[in-house]
Design a protein around this ligand. Structure first.
Ligand SMILES: [Zn+2]
Length: 140
């Protein structure tokens, strides 16, 4: 019985796109939006959230069942072009928050490197450890 169902699904999915990174992202986004929309059972916030959640789900199903595979792969490439830098940025914010009591992060204006600096309040001149360019930085 279960085997037959599995077989039917497999036959149905032949020539269709299936899942990829963008679809996993859409599925997670859908779940998050759905949970958030449950937190606002009344009013326009919940309505907007559940509408966007439904649209995300429809997009997810559409991509999974799509037969236009090159188009879906191009979408996935585009998605990773956005997702990888975003994920790096999120990781960096996490580090900043974790080290809030230990050090400060500043970007070198010359070589764009992130520097971990000791907390000394006020405006002072910092020298980049990578390219040795001095620059002024302000520390709260
Ligand atoms: Zn530098």
């Amino acid at each position: 019985m279960f085997y037959r169902l599995q077989n039917t699904i497999r036959r149905f999915m032949v020539g269709r796109y299936g899942t990829d990174g963008l679809n996993r992202f859409l599925a997670v986004t859908y779940l998050v939006l759905w949970v958030l929309s449950r937190c606002f059972p009344r009013g326009w916030v919940g309505f907007v959230l559940s509408t966007v959640a439904t649209a995300t789900f429809v997009w997810f199903v559409f991509r999974t069942l799509s037969r236009n595979i090159p188009r879906r792969q191009a979408e996935n490439q585009w998605f990773y072009g956005w997702w990888y830098p975003t994920r790096e940025w999120l990781r960096h914010q996490k580090d900043r928050l974790r080290d809030l009591r230990v050090c400060r992060y500043r970007r070198c204006p010359a070589c764009r490197a992130w520097l971990r600096l000791p907390i000394k309040r006020g405006r002072r001149t910092v020298t980049c450890s990578r390219c040795h360019t001095p620059f002024k930085a302000f520390f709260l």
